[in-house]
Every structure is written in structure tokens, then in C-alpha cells.
Design a protein around this ligand. Structure first.
Ligand code: UD1
Length: 326
């Protein structure tokens, strides 16, 4: 069998940039597609020039068809990844996740792509009390983002069942790591808190800080995607949790960042965020059983790599201009 040729959708995003780097480092021929709706040219620049880049929107059938041409495996990451942003703009969330996915999958099925690994979300579990989350629990989407991500899973199943496209949906829990965008109101909590606290500013916790997440390092997510892509047996639309299987609450997170930065910043508390879930932690036994994947980076190790990144980014910036980090 020929060596796989990959397409990474959303390759200019945070996870996409890391995925691209991993595939190129492992010598795979790779194509990337992005419409820069949330992705950034810097993430492409870091990966160097050894891949083909297509700028465009996957909802356009011509873009999807061009992207899948000659490709055997797809890592489908493109989407607008924010719960509050989807509440502010549900249509955007549906278009960026659902319509783009159906258009891409139709093109991929026609082109004879062998495997699609797509980014699904733990948001699909909603706020049920039962922990840890196992894949056989009934879904309960609480936001348009969660509903869209769940719809992507169903399309993965449907295309696997009736259009000959072998898909697997990985339910990412909370992904973090270097180069996650800290600068928007919709940014994820870890890059936001690290960059604020590096400036000596107090982070804002929505709620009392007892809410918890299963944070997974981005390098592990890239490795999990690749393991799923290369798995030799058919995966037939299966859904698998991709997480560490441990939870950290937000008060602990602030403590850990304080300890690493040698600061003593206490958080400010604001009302809980609409659509927020309280606790999230995965049972990761199924992904271990099905594709043999086990995460390799501990939370503390990942946090330390992430803090190093933002510290360096800040010193470069302050060295240059004496202004804001990142
Ligand atoms: C995140 C992902 C989403 C993914 C989901 C999986 C981001 C932006 N979103 O959503 O794509 O599908 O995990 O579970 O990565 N918080 C604060 N202060 C802040 C920012 C956030 O207290 O300044 C709190 C939030 O209220 C929430 C927690 O931190 O309780 C995590 O928030 P966030 O990083 O936005 O991630 P999720 O909403 O869990």
C-alpha cells in the first residue's frame, strides 16, 4: 500500500498547526486547507514550506474537491471552536462545522479517501452528573457548538455506513499547549490565564472555580489523531474520547500557574458563563482498546511547556516594543 498522503483541514489553527508539524516531521506528504476564519498565517509559517496550502472555505464544493484530490487520509479539524461564540452566532457554528463537514465528506467519498479522523467534542456530553464520561452515554448538547459537533459525529457514522468513507470521531476534551490564541474574548482558559498572570494581572474565573476540565496537551492530540488515521482496521464511524482521564478544577489551575510563575495572584470571580458545563472528565479506556492510544504528557509537564512558550513570546515582545505579550 502506498504511503498515506494527508489532508489537514483547519491547518492554520492551533491544533492544525501542531498536526501539520507532526506530519511533516514524520515525512508524510501533506496538504492543508484553511479559510483563516480563526486560523493564523503564523501557524503555517512555523510548519515551513514543505506542504501544499489551499486557502478556501470547505463549504464551497470546489474547495473541498481540490483539497481531497490525491489524498488518502484526512484529519478534519476545521471549525469555529468556542461555546460562547456559538451562542452569539449559532448559524456560523452550524456552517463552520456541519455544512463544511458534509461538503468535505461528499468530496472525500467520491475521491476514494481511505480514512477520516475528525475533531468531535466532549461538549456533546452536556452537564450530566455521571462521571467519568463514557462514549455510550446519551448525548446532551447544551450549546449550538455542541449540537454542531454532535451532528458531525452522526455524519461520520452515516458516511461510514452508506458512502464507503471510513470515519472516526475523536471527542477532544480541553486541549491546551503552546500557540493557542490567548487574545480573544473567546479564548480558552489556559492561554488566557497564563498571559494575564505573566503580566501580573489577576485572572477572572466565571463561577466559584470548582468547575473542572480534563485538559489534554496538544502534542498528545496530534499523536492520537495520527494513531487513529493509521489504524489498520475499519473504524466505521466510531466515537472515541481523546483526553487524559484526569480532572483539574479552575482554582487548582490558578494555583499551579502561580506556583510556576512564583506569583500569588488571587482570581477575580464573575458570574458563571451561560452554557458552561460544570465538570468534565473522560473514561479513556475505549480509545486505548480500539486504537491502542494512551496520552504521554502529564498535565504538569504540558503546563510547564505551555508557560515556557508564553514566557518566551512575552520576552520577545517586550524586548521589541515593551508592550503586551502574545
Ligand atoms: C473547550 C473548548 C471547546 C471544546 C470543549 C471540550 C476552547 C475555547 N473551547 O470549551 O472547543 O469542545 O472545551 O470540552 O478551547 N473560564 C473562566 N475564565 C476565563 C475563560 C474560561 O473561568 O477567562 C472557564 C469557563 O467558564 C469554563 C472553563 O474555564 O468553565 C473552560 O472554559 P474554556 O477554556 O472556554 O473551554 P470550554 O468551554 O470547556
Amino acid at each position: 500500500m502506498n504511503k498515506p498522503r494527508f489532508l489537514v483541514t483547519g491547518c492554520a489553527g492551533f491544533i492544525g498547526g501542531h498536526m501539520l508539524e507532526k506530519l511533516l516531521a514524520e515525512g508524510y506528504e501533506t496538504v492543508g486547507v484553511d479559510n483563516f476564519s480563526t486560523g493564523k498565517p503564523e501557524n503555517l509559517a512555523r510548519a515551513g514550506g514543505g506542504f501544499k496550502f489551499i486557502e478556501g472555505d470547505l463549504c464551497d464544493p470546489a474547495v473541498s474537491e481540490a483539497a481531497v484530490a490525491g489524498v488518502s487520509h484526512i484529519i478534519h479539524l476545521a471549525s469555529v471552536p468556542s461555546v460562547p461564540r456559538s451562542i452569539a452566532n449559532p448559524g456560523e457554528s452550524m456552517r463552520s462545522s456541519v455544512l463544511s463537514t458534509v461538503t468535505l465528506f461528499a468530496a472525500a467519498a467520491k475521491a476514494g479517501v481511505r480514512r477520516v479522523v475528525q475533531a468531535a467534542s466532549s461538549a456533546a456530553y452536556g452537564d450530566g452528573e455521571k462521571l467519568p464520561k463514557t462514549e455510550d452515554m446519551p448525548p446532551a448538547p447544551l450549546s449550538p457548538y455542541a449540537a454542531s459537533k454532535l451532528a458531525q459525529e452522526y455524519y461520520g457514522m452515516a458516511f461510514s455506513a452508506s458512502l464507503g468513507l471510513d470515519c472516526v470521531s475523536l471527542r477532544y476534551f480541553n486541549v491546551f499547549g503552546p500557540r493557542q490564541d490567548p487574545g480573544s474574548e473567546y479564548s480558552a482558559v489556559i492561554p488566557k490565564f497564563i498571559t494575564l498572570m505573566l503580566e501580573g494581572r489577576r485572572p477572572t474565573i466565571f463561577g466559584d472555580g470548582s468547575q473542572s476540565r480534563d485538559f489534554i496537551y496538544v502534542g498528545d492530540v496530534a499523536a492520537g489523531n495520527l494513531a487513529a488515521a493509521l489504524h489498520p482496521e475499519a473504524l466505521r464511524g466510531q466515537v472515541l474520547n481523546l483526553a487524559r482521564g484526569e480532572r483539574i478544577d479552575l482554582n487548582q489551575l490558578v494555583e499551579k500557574i502561580n506556583a510556576a510563575l512564583k506569583t500569588g495572584l488571587s482570581p477575580v470571580h464573575a458570574p458563571p458563563r451561560t452554557g458552561d458545563i460544570l465538570h468534565s472528565v473522560a473514561d479513556i479506556s475505549r480509545i486505548g482498546r480500539v486504537i491502542g492510544f494512551v496520552p504521554a504528557v502529564s498535565f504538569d509537564e504540558g503546563l510547564s511547556l505551555t508557560i515556557d512558550h508564553y514566557r518566551k513570546a512575552r520576552s520577545v515582545r517586550t524586548g521589541e516594543k515593551g508592550t503586551n505579550p502574545c
